[in-house]
Design a protein around this ligand. Structure first.
Ligand code: AMP
Ligand code: MN
Ligand code: MN
Ligand code: MN
Length: 282
């Protein structure tokens, strides 16, 4: 078992626990090294660092950046970043502006399908209004009985082709990697098993093109062990890590009790031959 968990969310983005509570929970579950990786915002890191010192665990400064690449939305983790880096901060601020515009369009689209009050209702779930996102809409829709849980609400409302889905232009891959590397962090492709085109998984040739481009831009890691991967996918993405000379990362992608596939920590070991991403900074 690994005692590293390098991917999770707090109330600064779409998690359910404030940063200090998240760190306390991680410590209680034997995590020794935790990266807080909120979507497009790093304002939870200071609180998390204080809590980590109290609990005797190491906090890695992290972020999960939303990216548009070809027709895909990708998530790029920045691990061991410098949270004072101006270019990184400016880039993240720009992404956050786009989130509020998208939220208005999502609410308008839901209103057309007869769901009123989604904008105000969803903002009530966003402790940090700058990171309003689909998860907050999902919680609102569940609260009002449109679906039984957050997972099914995505299937029926919040993905491509459904009434609450609005296509959105996120950051360019090149910029996201540049901000991360420029702030002395390691850029890691998050949960590669989750990317789809339509209903199908991203094809292998496309994934290969992505990994080559990502590496050429300065990306150095790939999430192998992820809360949203199956054990077969651990092996599959370990092979890609070797082929493309990428560090392997591991993270639960925990969002909150009852809402995630996996709780913090207790992640299985890497498949053989993976080079753990922490070798990049330890
Ligand atoms: P956004 O960045 O606002 O488009 O929201 C993306 C977030 O929605 C992800 O980080 C997940 O937390 C959540 N999400 C995406 N797809 C699903 C799904 N199928 N089931 C549950 N949560 C999802
Ligand atoms: Mn999320
Ligand atoms: Mn993600
Ligand atoms: Mn995540």
């Amino acid at each position: 078992m690994l005692n590293y968990d390098l991917h999770c969310h707090s109330t600064v983005s779409d998690g359910l626990l404030p940063p200090a509570e998240l760190v306390a929970r991680a410590a209680g579950r034997d995590v020794k090294v935790l990266a807080l990786t909120d979507h497009d915002d790093i304002s939870g890191l200071a609180e998390a660092a204080t809590a980590a010192a109290q609990h005797g665990i190491q906090l890695i400064n992290g972020v999960e950046i939303s990216v548009s690449w070809r027709s895909h939305t990708l998530h790029i983790l920045g691990l061991h970043i410098d949270p004072t880096n101006e270019d990184l901060l400016a880039g993240l601020r720009e992404i956050r502006k786009g989130r509020s515009t998208r939220a208005q369009l999502m609410a308008q689209s839901l209103a057309k399908s007869g769901i009123a009050g989604a904008l105000e209702g969803s903002y009530r779930y966003a402790a940090n209004p700058e990171i309003i996102g689909r998860t907050h809409f999902a919680r609102f829709l569940v609260e009002h009985g449109y679906s039984k849980d957050v997972r099914s609400v995505f299937k029926n409302y919040l993905i491509k082709g459904k009434p609450g889905y609005i296509a959105h232009q996120w950051a360019a891959l090149e910029d996201a990697v540049k901000w991360i590397v420029g702030s002395s962090g390691v850029a890691v492709l998050a949960h590669p098993g989750r990317y789809t085109s339509g209903r199908k998984a991203m094809g292998k040739p496309t994934l290969r093109e992505l990994l080559r481009e990502f590496y050429d831009l300065g990306g150095r890691g790939i999430e192998v062990v992820s809360g949203s991967h199956t054990p077969e996918q651990y092996a599959e993405f370990a092979r890609y890590a070797r082929e493309f000379n990428l560090f392997a990362s591991c993270g639960s992608d925990f969002h909150g009790p009852g809402e995630s596939y996996r709780d913090l920590g207790h992640l299985p070991d890497f498949p053989l031959d993976c080079v753990p991403v922490w070798q990049a900074w330890e």
